[in-house]
Design a binder for this molecule. Structure first.
Ligand code: T46
Length: 133
């Protein structure tokens, strides 16, 4: 199965513009416990470079774009997040990196757990060892 699991968010538009609704256990495949967003990323800066032991997330660029790299310890795949109607499901134990942020990028992330630094694996060698267990 591909590492890249895209989710399409149908826009509920009318002649005033567009609206996307994200709901737990509907378009988002878990109960949403936390929402955060990343913006103002400096040119040339890449973010992420970690995996989560248990956390599951969905990320969508509501404005602008960035390139998302996913890695399960064996395979590495990437995709451009470049639409407010295209989300990506990031499962637990998947190393992820975000590159090439556009100046206007706002990356919205929905998560199924509250913030917990102990859930992060920030060392790639450690991640590879754990992923191969
Ligand atoms: C992820 C990718 C997609 C908090 O205090 N609470 C939070 O909910 C989050 C997400 C972060 N933080 C703190 C931790 C750091 O001191 O904010 C600071 C920046 O976090 P970090 O360096 O982990 O940011 P990114 O952009 O590398 O990664 C973030 C998320 O942390 C991460 O879970 O999957 O976006």
């Amino acid at each position: 199965m591909s590492l890249i699991q895209l989710i399409s968010f149908p826009p509920l538009g009318d002649d005033r513009g567009s609206l996307v609704a994200l709901e737990s256990q509907q378009s988002i495949p878990f109960d949403i416990k936390r929402v955060y967003y990343i913006f103002g990323t400096q040119q040339g800066v890449a973010r992420g470079f970690h995996a989560h032991r248990q956390l599951k997330q969905v990320a969508v660029c509501v404005t602008g774009r960035c390139r998302m790299v996913l890695d399960d310890g064996e395979f590495r795949e990437e995709v451009w997040l470049d639409s407010a109607t295209k989300g990506i499901f990031i499962e637990d134990m998947v190393w992820h990196e975000m590159h090439d942020f556009s100046d206007d990028c706002v990356l919205l992330v929905l998560a199924n757990q509250l913030y917990d630094e102990s859930d992060y694996i920030r060392d790639y060698t450690n991640f590879k060892e754990l992923a191969s267990d």
